[in-house]
Ligand binder design. Structure first.
Ligand code: GTP
Ligand code: MG
Length: 196
């Protein structure tokens, strides 16, 4: 997709704030805190810092709806697995995310971002299985590919697929927000779900 416009429409914490004018398809990000969800959005839409990123985990705190080409939304989501949040915050986060991922009709697929350098975490596996349970299509993006030597990439990809116990038909796309590797493939996968 050639991106000609991208704008933040709203940072939402509850359903009544979600955009509904117009009702466009949505692709939501999911993944560990600091794994590169916001960076993924920026690279896909050729914007350096529309989705705010940080080297410190916990940057994204709300559901951020980015309208792309007036055709669909990327929904940036707070990451999981960040140790420094209180139990109360974690519960509020869980409720906000569950409400969105389970009930949102416009949501067409999740882009689950994992770090290609390491095996997916227990939380990554839980998240993948959560999407499977609710029959939400998932595109797994294995990011930070630039940090893995070329001759090691194949084995890291295999580990990722094995640890997640990927279902038939699901794909893992190796990706880098530094080099844009995997960008075309990621767009193909996403376009499929928004019927572009
Ligand atoms: P939260 O909002 O805290 O959940 O984090 P996030 O998943 O949105 O991560 P973010 O995009 O803010 O990126 C975290 C850090 O990882 C930043 O310092 C990014 O520059 C870096 N980063 C993200 N993607 C890549 C990548 O593909 N390669 C490299 N080398 N660094 C990356
Ligand atoms: Mg973020």
């Amino acid at each position: 997709m050639k991106v000609t416009s991208a704008e933040i429409v709203i940072s939402a914490v509850s359903q009544k704030q979600y955009p509904n004018d117009p009702l466009l398809p949505e692709i939501a990000l999911a993944g560990r805190s600091n794994v590169g969800k916001s960076s993924f959005i920026n690279k896909m839409i050729n914007r350096k810092n529309l989705a705010r990123t940080s080297s410190k985990p916990g940057k994204t705190q709300t559901l951020n709806f980015y309208k792309i080409n007036d055709v669909f939304y990327f929904v940036d989501v707070p990451g999981y697995g960040y140790a420094k949040v209180s139990k109360k915050e974690r519960e509020a986060w869980g409720k906000m995310l569950e409400e969105y991922f389970v009930e949102r009709k416009n949501l067409k697929a999740a882009a689950l971002i994992v770090d290609i350098r390491h095996d997916p975490t227990a939380d990554d596996i839980t998240m993948y299985n959560f999407f499977k349970h609710y029959e939400l299509p998932v595109v797994v993006i294995a990011t930070k590919l630039d940090k893995v030597a070329k001759n090691k990439r194949e084995s890291h990809m295999r580990r990722t697929m094995k640890v997640l116990e990927l279902e038939d038909g699901d794909v893992v796309i190796p990706f880098s927000s530094e080099t844009a590797e995997g960008k075309e493939k990621a767009w193909k996968a996403i376009e499929h779900f928004i019927n572009w």
